[in-house]
Design a protein around this ligand. Sequence first.
Ligand SMILES: O[C@@H]1[C@@H](O)[C@H](O[C@@H]2CO[C@@H](O[C@@H]3CO[C@@H](O)[C@H](O)[C@H]3O)[C@H](O)[C@H]2O)OC[C@H]1O
Length: 410
Amino acid sequence: MVHLSASSLLLAAGILPTLAYGAGLNTAAVALGKLYFGSATDNGELSDSAYVTQLSNTQDFGQITPGNSQKWDATEPSQNVFTYTNGDTIAKLAKTNGQKLRCHNLVWHNQLPNWVTSGSWTNATLIAALKNHITNVVTHYKGQCYAWDVVNEALNEDGTYRTSLWYNTIGEAYLPIAFAAAAAADPSVKLYYNDYNIEYSGAKATGALRIVKLVQSYGVKIDGVGLQAHFIVGSTPSRSNQASTMAAYTALGVEVAITELDIRMTLPSTAALLAQQSTDYASSVGACVDTKGCVGVTIWDWTDKYSWVPGTFSGQGAACPWDSNFVKKPAYTGILSALGGSATSTATTTLVTSVSSTSTTTSTATTSTSTSTGVAQHWGQCGGSGWTGPTTCASPYTCTYSNAWYSQCL
Ligand SMILES: O[C@@H]1[C@@H](O)[C@H](O[C@@H]2CO[C@@H](O[C@@H]3CO[C@@H](O)[C@H](O)[C@H]3O)[C@H](O)[C@H]2O)OC[C@H]1O
């Protein structure tokens, strides 16, 4: 038996479902008082016009982040030679779309050019190179960024400092030095410390709190803590733990944002994993909703087609709210419901089809317009607001349904 995706089945049958949403992710976030819901992107993806159309849909995305093109190796590949072409492409797209730009990142131990990693540095020469880099890049993007991730991932899991080139050569002072250089170059931009595994209470979150206090103790501006939130399905921290950890940061007078949210799974994906992923996305986004000082959420690209996960974590993937065919997964509805939105769907005709390698069965064609406020449903499951039938269905998948939002069984 070969199962095709729902969109493939509908398209193969010549039937285009028309789905209209009462609110997209960004619209819903802004309605709650957040500044944005956004997505990372990258230059290679921008030649895919269908991808760009969705990325530019400000109902869903009010903010974008360049995934790579503002990093050190991209912007200063040779010492004091700065290249901004790729970063500018994404900044221009944000401006054209009226989206905020989160700028990422200035100081990290990864994606450094050879001249930095293999240089022969003293404390003084490395500080000079650090300041020169930050001053140039932040000045170039002055007025264009909502925020800069000034320092990325300075911590080990136990909350001690990562023994990077920066820490080994300059010591912890490289953090306030970096923030001061960024503040001098663009006094208006928000300046963030950004890291992973600081979304929940523990030694690393305590380390991030220490960094905020350290920068403040130098009398230097730090405006926010970025919670990367690269999570694994079924192992994410609880909503209340994420919210209380956010509150610990905001108690220091800084804002927080979820900056790189994705929730990966061991492949292949299953209906159960996708349902759990939806719950997990809702927990993280809900924690931001619960926290007054959480200004927004950025997912680390919106589609599995371009996710960094499969290339980085062997055997894992399906981490984004849209699949690789740009079809919304249950995670989309989970996020939307956490943002207080509901999916209003209008299905002019829905064909329920099961395709096997030897036969095709077709059942149930109907017209339905309804609003679902229930839990996301997915292939092989039925449910949602008003649903009174069984919650699962088996081959030949002949459930009838009372609403059209993922409640049909395919
Ligand atoms: O071959 C490289 C390729 O490996 C590189 O991949 C990028 C690596 O960084 C990813 O973003 C980071 C993900 O998690 C956090 O740790 C960081 O803050 C993020 O910057 C990015 O998505 C990948 O595309 O890309 C360049 C290729 O030359």
